[in-house]
Design a protein around this ligand. Sequence first.
Ligand SMILES: [Zn+2]
Length: 377
Amino acid sequence: MNSDQLWEKVLAREESTNGLVYAVCTTGVFCRPSCPSRRPRRENVTFFADAAAAQRAGFRPCRRCRPDSSPPDLNFERVVLACSAQLLAGGTLSVTKLANVARTSERQLHRAFDEVVATTPRAFASAVRVGRARAALRGARRVVDAIYAADFASSRGFYETVGPTLGMAPDAYRRGGADHVLRYTVVDTVAGPAVIAASDAGLCAVHLGVADSAAIARLSNEFPRARVERADEELAGAALAVASLAHGRDAGRELPLDVSATAFQARVWAALRRIPAGETRSYTDVAREIGEPRAARAVARACATNRLALVVPCHRVVRANGQLGGYRWGPELKSALLEAESAECELEARGSVQARRAQVSTPVPDVSHQGHEEEQP
Ligand SMILES: [Zn+2]
């Protein structure tokens, strides 16, 4: 193919060009032909068969079209392959083995996990083992039997990784949470139905986008012998707060919470609750906020284990590059929630401008915002 034909592909912003990139000598940057940026002048362009060749010639990859990263669908496939293998193996495969299964390098596998599921291969393996441990715990005669059945080398490791996910002491979980009554209600929100569950101590789960029947199944599965009771009236206040939260309004700070967490998760979740509606933070921002500037990945994991959608607003944490990042209840919901919040904030801002204008003409103090400030913890 001659360079005129290649140039045609650039002008046409062609999608599939087999790795072909073009470099611009005036900017030192190279792009995919499909890059949405402005077309350079023909005489400043050099073509390369792939990104590696362009990089060897001293060009930098463009930040918009990311010509140096592999297409996301390829990464998706790698992650699906790796996750399936890991599930089959019960979370025991090393990252090296996983990379072999996914036919890629360990480094690329890490990037793929980060891009597709916003976690690491190790964190995924650990989640699989936690799932196994919980299942083992349910039928076990003693907690220690479950620890061995799930391949935990020490009970300390078990208590540290599995314990915080149970919502109760491991032995109570083993007995099926028989002493617990779980009350729940379902409320319609702008983000679809939300299932709200509370123990005697407080709110213990808010799940989005689950139908009523699936919600009961989920709760019964988590707490097999807990009595799961519908309690619409009792939880009406909480339901209202959750619905307002979904609408982008600050509410629900006063709701008592019943969540067990590691010290780290607790710090992350507390930091998330301080992010105002309508704003977002990156995982790194949150890591800095809690005084662990290098723990961005651990922050992402803590977000992924959040059980209290909206109440602990993990949807307000996005990637530093502006991408949405993962969300336990689905990325579509995450973006819908963020949109609702920014729209609500805009309305509020306009409302307060109008209120200020109104104040100029009629000097009546605006009391509607005073209570709001007192709500801050
Ligand atoms: Zn580009």
